[in-house]
Design a binder for this molecule. Structure first.
Ligand code: F6P
Length: 319
């Protein structure tokens, strides 16, 4: 193996740059040539590729976003797009590719692996929605961002005696809502994995009011509900003024946390070492305190486990 390439695809996640740095430096240390593919699979189709050096990745470990830029490529999901990408791989003499991203990115990697391309997937998405790994890069940073918002919202909620619905990201997976809600001491957490129970939320608000509680924070994942509709129902049935805050894209940016940087460094290092030892078609993950590697197929098929007990705990702790 002489040349490896790296790309970032899908939604950006804080810590992607730390993975890029780790892959590039480990590869150069092992006398490999490293190519950067720009804007995800789109760059692979177009041949938008440049050589990386040790200094191309200087001063990026602490930066959010991705220096390689990213995209969600519809074209790559067509036979024509993939064939074009295979031509580019041949033209640039790419022996293996490390791809960084979420489930869509891993699906792209699986297509490449099925066509004989050596590929390693690194889970990078703020959503933490990949079932085979306990954590994806960027998730804990996004949670920190949401927790910091909750603390600020609690101040104003308390001062005005209002309820606040904070909508965080997560279309199919409620992990950002769950983790930030627990860490931020939210009264209620609404996630797509569990059916919305507005009566329970309203009962909680009313009980809290009875014993003089002034603030009430509801953290809701975007995939679980229409936050404005929930606020309307609370006002209607609960007779408490309610405001909505949609946190949005601030969750995707920012300085990666220590955990994200360390895991990112481990993943990048491991990705190159796996390729050097002749392994490919794998996705890296972190389970029960250890770095793991699983077949990309298995990574995509593993259902995300959900612990209902955690919601019960939230209910008890925020009584
Ligand atoms: O990166 C994951 C994610 O942030 C989801 O939580 C969110 O719904 C989605 O991406 C938004 O993606 P886009 O920026 O492509 O609209």
């Amino acid at each position: 193996m002489k040349t490896i390439a790296i790309l970032t695809s899908g939604g950006d996640a804080p810590g992607m740059n730390a993975v890029i740095r780790s892959v590039v430096r480990t590869a150069i240390y092992n006398d490999l040539k490293v190519l950067a593919i720009k804007e995800g699979y789109n760059g692979l189709i177009k041949g938008d590729i440049e050589t990386m050096t040790l200094s191309s990745v200087a001063d990026i470990i602490h930066r959010g976003g991705t220096i390689l830029r990213t995209a969600r490529s519809d074209e790559f999901m067509t036979e024509e797009g993939i064939n074009q990408a295979l031509e580019v791989i041949k033209k640039f003499k790419i022996d293996a590719i490390v791809v960084l991203g979420g489930d869509g990115t891993l699906r792209g990697a699986r297509e490449l692996a099925r066509r004989g391309v050596k590929v390693i997937g690194v889970p990078c998405t703020i959503d933490n929605d990949l079932g085979y790994t306990d954590y994806t890069i960027g998730f804990l940073t996004a949670v920190e961002t949401a927790v910091s918002a909750i603390s600020k919202l609690r101040d104003t909620s308390e001062s005005h005696g209002r309820a606040i619905v904070l909508q965080v990201m997560g279309r199919n997976c409620g992990d950002i809502a769950l983790y930030s809600g627990i860490a931020g001491g939210a009264e209620s957490i609404v996630i797509p994995e569990v059916e919305l129970n507005t009566d329970a939320i309203i009962k909680k608000i009313k009980n809290g009011r009875k014993r003089g509680k002034k603030h009430h924070i509801i953290v809701a994942a975007e995939g679980a509900l229409d936050a404005y509709e929930l606020a309307r129902i609370i006002e209607e049935k609960g007779a408490i003024e309610t405001r909505v805050t949609v946190l949005g894209y601030v969750q995707r940016g920012g300085v990666p946390t220590v955990q994200d940087r360390i895991l990112a460094s481990d993943f990048g290092y491991e990705a190159v070492n796996l390729l050097l030892s002749g392994k490919s078609g794998l996705a890296l993950g972190y389970r029960s305190g250890k770095i793991i590697e699983v077949d990309i197929d298995e990574a995509l098929e593993t259902k995300k486990a959900f612990d209902k007990d955690q919601l019960k705990m939230v209910d008890i702790l925020s009584i």
